[in-house]
Design a protein around this ligand. Structure first.
Ligand code: 13P
Length: 249
C-alpha cells in the first residue's frame, strides 16, 4: 500500500519571517499520520523551516539544486549543502525551471543522480503543454521525459523516487485536470516505470498529480488508483493545505 504524499511547493514565496508565520498557521492543520507531508520552501527559508518542524510530521524539501558537488557555480546550491541543513527532499525539473532556467532532461537526470548520492529524495516533475495535449502527443512526451530522467538510476533508487505529473496547462491556472485525465497519465507513468524496472518497482514508486490542486479537488484525485498524492502550489500557502492533507477525514 503506497502512502499518500501531500507536498507543498512554495515557489518564490515567503521571506523567512513570513515562512515562520505560515508554518505557525499550518502546523496544527497538517497533522495526519496517514500522509507524508512535505514543505518545499525557498532556500533561504530552510533553516527556519527545519527548526520549526523538528519533531513534527512534516519534512522539509528544496525546490532545486545543482548537479555538481561544488565549485565555481555562482548562485547555486549543492545537494550536500541541502543535506547538511536537514533537507530530505528536492524538487527536480519543475516545468518553471525547464521554461525559465534552461533545465533539460539531461540536467534533470544529473540532478537526480546527485540527489541520491547525497541521500536526498528527488521529486521529479514531468508534464505536457496545452499544445502537446491538443496534438495528442502527451503520452509520448511523458515517456521521453521519464525515460531520460531515469538514465543510470538504479532500481533501488527508482523505488524511492517520487514522480510528479504536472500538466503545464493546469499549473497556476485554476484549471485542474479531471481525475480521469490525471489518472490516465499517472497510470501511464507507472507502466513506463514497469517497462524500465519491472512490476515491483512500479508498484512501489509514488506518483503525484500537480496543477491547481485544492482542498475541494484533492479527495477525488487522491482516490484514483495511480495517484499517490499531490504537489501543490498556490493552495500550499494557505489554510486550504490542511484540507488537502486531511483529504481522507
Ligand atoms: P498550483 O497548485 O499553483 O497550480 O502549482 C502547481 C505546481 O506547480 C506545484 O509544483
Amino acid at each position: 500500500m503506497r502512502k499518500i504524499i501531500a507536498a507543498g511547493n512554495w515557489k518564490m514565496n515567503k521571506t523567512p519571517q513570513e515562512a515562520e508565520a505560515l508554518i505557525t498557521e499550518l502546523l496544527p492543520l497538517v497533522n495526519n499520520d496517514d500522509v507524508d507531508v512535505i514543505f518545499c520552501v525557498p532556500f533561504i527559508d530552510i533553516p527556519v523551516a527545519i527548526e520549526m518542524l523538528k519533531g513534527s510530521n512534516v519534512s522539509v524539501g528544496a525546490q532545486n539544486m545543482h548537479f555538481e558537488d561544488k565549485g565555481a557555480f555562482t548562485g547555486e546550491i549543492s545537494a550536500k549543502m541541502l543535506y547538511e541543513c536537514g533537507v530530505e527532499y528536492v524538487i527536480i525539473g519543475h516545468s518553471e525551471r525547464r521554461q525559465y532556467f534552461a533545465e533539460t532532461d539531461e540536467t534533470v537526470n544529473r540532478k537526480i543522480l546527485q540527489a541520491f548520492a547525497n541521500e536526498l529524495i528527488p521529486i521529479v516533475c514531468c508534464g505536457e503543454t496545452l499544445e502537446q495535449r491538443e496534438e495528442g502527443i502527451t503520452l509520448d512526451w511523458i515517456k521521453g521525459q521519464i525515460t531520460n530522467a531515469f538514465v543510470n538510476v538504479s532500481a533501488e533508487q527508482a523505488k524511492e523516487t517520487i514522480i510528479a505529473y504536472e500538466p503545464i496547462w493546469a499549473i497556476g491556472t485554476g484549471k485542474v485536470a479531471t481525475k480521469e485525465q490525471a489518472e490516465e497519465v499517472c497510470k501511464f507513468i507507472r507502466e513506463t516505470i514497469a517497462g524500465l524496472y519491472g512490476q515491483e518497482v512500479a508498484e512501489e514508486i509514488r506518483i503525484l498529480y500537480g496543477g491547481s490542486v485544492s482542498g475541494d479537488s484533492a479527495p477525488e484525485l487522491f482516490a484514483m488508483e495511480d495517484i499517490d498524492g499531490g504537489l501543490v502550489g498556490g493552495a500550499a500557502l494557505k489554510a486550504d493545505f490542511g484540507r488537502i492533507v486531511n483529504y481522507n477525514k
